[in-house]
Write a protein of this length. Structure first.
Lengths: 264, 237
């Protein structure tokens, strides 16, 4: 088998808290992600999943370890090279992080300014992207005029601007209602299918994994404790965390049963 | 023209008379406006530069340089702790060095600009810190460099707040120009001290106070309107 498209090797990351104590956030994380895969990383709050995905484009600097994308070791890049590579690593966020001072058009145009110098060509590309995410009608609106789902679509268009080969999603649907979550996931699946973008989706929602991911890794206290295809992990969860997520072992479900019993 | 030798009616009548306004207030207003505008231009340039620097070098800024930040921060705080009157007095020699004389509007502009740059710089850096870390990270993730992030994202995002800060600064510079009038700068402050205080011309005192109040109101109104205009354009209010 050829080497994986994204390789995360022996990744460690720690923070100092306000008391000066060292908190180990990521501990010896190893992951292989194939080209074109939709890879889910699931865990509870504070498990380190956000830190992990932010280490991939170095919004967070790992302490030690390697992140290799398509043969290029991201952790070894200098600032200029890193910025160049980042143009081809899209990222979307839970809070969308659109620029309120810009229209939808300008938001999508922003990452293109560094790569397409010709204004007319850039405009073409922006309109094309707006069309892909279904917001052709809204290009001259400001973010504050959009719904949550529409904002995330702008975020997606912006992340896709420079034809990335990787898309990182940091809880991108967590602020959306279930219905909108599905439409956004549909869009991500469509993009994955049509453009072959490899996606890493961080989430604490099992629905996201079930609906969109080919593979899933469970992270707990900074360690990958379980990993496999979505069907494998969800059908036969081994770790306690995975069992809680899949509902096999759920304190909520138990509480609900108790409540129903009490009402009877 | 005090209450001992005139009635309130006479004082008020004189305060609004063509003689007082034509001979004193209008020319003084011109001198005040000149000082105000020049001092503001200098303040705007250096205040924004210093404010950006405070923001960029902060430990949570775009390019943390904690040592430089501590030094800058200490200087800004020290200068801000001085009352404006003291600032004007200690910057007079500097004004003399640059303009060749220690009195008059030009010397005073230097003093005014220097006394308000630290205050404005602090306001600017505070405004820039209000821009959410998420937006900066989004730009970073797209491969934008620090300079692009500052000029294309952080400053435009903070623009309404920056306009409000500038409005606050304009009004404090206005009150400082009035104070500087007492130190030979000319303008409204000079008239108030020379005639209103030294010669007991209450009518002129009233006229100067009126001019300053109207100017401050007008500045606040324009500043609010400008900030509102930006927010309306972005559909944020």
């Amino acid at each position: 088998m050829s080497s994986p498209f994204i390789e995360i090797k022996n990744l460690y990351k720690s923070f100092k808290n306000s008391k000066g104590e060292t908190i180990q956030v990521l501990e010896d994380v190893n992951l292989d992600i194939a080209k074109g895969e939709m890879f889910g990383i699931m865990g509870f709050s504070g498990a380190g999943k956000s830190t992990l995905v932010r280490c991939i484009n170095r919004l967070e600097e790992p302490d030690t370890g390697d992140v290799i994308i398509d043969g290029m070791n991201i952790t070894k890049l200098g600032t200029a090279e890193l910025n160049k590579r980042r143009e081809k690593i899209g990222m979307i966020f839970q809070t969308f992080n659109l620029f309120d001072s810009m229209t939808v058009f300008e938001n999508i145009e922003f990452p293109l300014k560094a790569t397409i110098k010709d204004k007319e060509k850039r405009k073409q590309r922006v309109l094309e992207l707006a069309d892909v995410v279904g917001l052709a009608e809204k290009v001259y609106d400001y973010p504050s005029q959009l719904s949550g789902g529409q904002k995330q679509r702008v975020g997606i268009a912006r992340a896709l601007a420079n034809e990335p080969d990787v898309l990182l999603s940091d809880e991108a649907t967590s602020a959306l209602d279930p219905q909108t979550t599905l439409t956004v996931l549909d869009l991500l699946k469509k993009i994955n299918r049509e453009f072959g973008v490899t996606m890493i989706l961080i989430t604490h929602e099992i629905e996201v994994i079930k609906y969109a991911c080919d593979k899933v890794a469970i992270i707990e206290s900074g360690k990958i404790i379980e990993e496999g295809t979505t069907v494998e992990v969800l059908e036969a969860p081994k770790s306690k965390t995975a069992k809680i997520f899949t509902g096999v072992e759920s304190s909520l479900a138990k509480a609900w049963e108790d409540k129903k019993g009490g009402a009877r | 023209m005090t209450f001992e030798n005139s009635t309130l009616g006479e004082i008020l009548k004189s305060a609004f008379s063509a003689k007082v306004w034509g001979e004193m207030m209008i020319p003084a207003l011109g001198a005040t406006m000149y000082m105000l505008v020049m001092a503001l231009i200098i303040m705007l340039i250096f205040g924004i530069l210093l404010g950006d620097l405070l923001y960029m070098t902060d430990k949570n800024g775009l390019t943390p340089v904690p040592a430089l930040n501590s030094v800058l921060s200490a200087i800004v705080n020290a200068l801000r702790s001085l009352p404006s009157m003291i600032m004007i007095i200690i910057t007079i020699p500097l004004g003399r060095m640059i303009t060749g004389q220690g009195y008059g509007p030009n010397a005073c502009i230097i003093a005014l600009a220097i006394s308000c740059i630290p205050m404005f710089a602090r306001l600017v850096s505070n405004n820039l810190f209000e821009v959410s870390q998420g937006k900066i990270e989004a730009a970073r993730a797209m491969g934008a460099g620090n300079f692009t992030i500052l000029t294309k994202i952080v400053i435009p995002e903070a623009l309404p707040a920056l306009i409000r800060s500038f409005t606050v600064a304009v009004i404090s510079v206005l009150s400082m120009t009035a104070l500087a009038g007492a130190f030979g700068a000319g303008g409204i402050g000079h008239i108030a001290v020379q005639y209103g205080f030294n010669r007991f011309r209450y009518d002129i005192l009233i006229a100067t106070v009126l001019v300053l109040i109207i100017m401050a109101q007008l500045i606040q109104f324009l500043g609010d309107a400008a900030a509102r205009l930006v927010l309306k354009k972005r559909h944020m209010m």
